[in-house]
Write a protein of this length. Structure first.
Length: 147
């Protein structure tokens, strides 16, 4: 008699689509459609706002200072500089993203050298030993570098 644990053939079969999963996908699709419809309705003002951000805008800020009878509203105007990320986004959307050249190569544009970990370790150790040897002070009696 089985006393718990994994049992052969039990559980949800691989590839089964659950009702919850289908409902989530339908809900997500409705939300996406709603969002796209709203953006389509407001596309003019959205594009204008993007252009304003790209160019830089003036902002009027109203703040309340003081309390009671001394309470008053203070206004200040300041300019936000052009938004570089918005400029880049708009250019990418309208003209297409600029292509980037990536050069892949070894030293001086030559082929890439592939080495094993052991070979790289030996090369590193050899360079380390040479550097260590060069930086030792010479023996003052013989004038020879010592290890």
């Amino acid at each position: 008699m089985s006393r718990g644990g994994a049992r052969k053939g039990a559980g949800i079969k691989k590839g089964t689509v659950l009702k919850k999963t289908i409902e989530k996908k339908i809900k997500a699709e409705h939300m996406r459609k709603y969002f796209l419809d709203r953006v389509a309705e407001e596309i003019g003002p959205i594009v204008e706002a993007q252009i304003e951000l790209a160019k830089g805008v003036f902002v009027l800020e109203k703040i309340t200072v003081g309390r009671g009878k001394n309470k008053k509203t203070v206004e200040r105007v300041f300019q936000k500089p052009p938004d570089q990320s918005m400029i880049r986004y708009m250019l990418d959307q309208s003209l297409g993203r600029a292509t980037e050249n990536v050069n892949v190569g070894g030293e001086g544009g030559g082929p890439i050298e592939f080495v094993t970990f052991q070979a790289a370790t030996k090369k590193y150790q050899k360079q380390k030993d040479q550097t260590h040897h060069e930086h030792q002070a010479p023996d003052t009696t013989t004038g020879i570098n010592t290890k």
